[in-house]
Design a protein around this ligand. Sequence first.
Ligand code: ATP
Ligand code: MG
Length: 225
Amino acid sequence: MLELKKVSKIYSGVQEIEIFNEADLKVDKGEMVSIVAPSGNGKSTLINLVSGLDHCDDGSIIVDNTDITNMNEKELTFYRRQKIGIVFQFFNLFSSLTALENVLLPAELDGKKRVEIIQTANELFDKMGLSDKKNKFPFQLSGGEQQRIAIARALINSPSLLLADEPTGNLDQKNARKLFELLKELNVSENVTMLIVTHDYALAKEYSSRVITIKDKKVVPYSQY
Ligand SMILES: Nc1ncnc2c1ncn2[C@@H]1O[C@H](COP(=O)(O)OP(=O)(O)OP(=O)(O)O)[C@@H](O)[C@H]1O
Ligand SMILES: [Mg+2]
C-alpha cells in the first residue's frame, strides 16, 4: 500500500544535510508501523515526504499503486484530502472552531455537505469517547482530548493511510497508552494503514505490527539499530 523506492532527500542551504540516501520501505495494507529514531534523523521528514508536503530529490513514493512524486501541487492536495489523514504533534486544531467544526472541516473542504458527513462525525466522536465535547472549543479541552479530536479530524474522509507525527508527544504515560489503544482499535476496525512516529519504544512494540527506525540514512527494522 505504501512503498518508498530508493528515496533520497537532501536539505540544501548554508550547509547541505542528507537525510535519506536511497531509502526503501514497504508497508502492507492494514499494517500499523511505528517509527522510533533519535531526534534529527528524519522522522518528520519521512512523514512530510509521504504526505507530499515535502519533495524527495530522487526515488519514488508509491501509495495505492500511484507514484506521488510525479504529482503536481493540485494533485497532491487532492491526494492528501482523499487518501491520507495527518495527525500533527501539536494538534493544529483551529482555535476559533468547535471540536465538531474542526472534525468536519476536511470533509467540507472536499466539497461534502454537512448532512452527508454528520453521521460519520458523530460515530468518530463516539469512538473517541468525546460525544459530550462536540461544541467545545479547543481551549476548553485537555491535551488528550484535543489529540483525539485531531485523530477524528484525520479520519473524517476515511483515509487509507493515517500518518501521525508524535501523537503522544504531549501526553502523560496513561494518556499515551490510551491513545495507542485507540489507534490499534481504529487500525483493526477501520482497516486503516498507519505510520506512527513516537519516542516511546515500549508502547510502539506493544501495539504496532512492527517498529522501524532510521539509520545511516536508510529505513530499517528497529532491531538493527
Ligand atoms: N526545511 C528544512 N530545511 C533544512 N533542514 C531541515 C529542514 N527540515 C528539517 N531539517 C533538518 O533535517 C534533519 C531531520 O529533521 P526532522 O524534522 O525530519 O527530524 P526528526 O527525526 O523528526 O526529529 P525530532 O525527533 O526532533 O522531531 C534535522 O537535522 C533538521 O534540522
Ligand atoms: Mg520530528
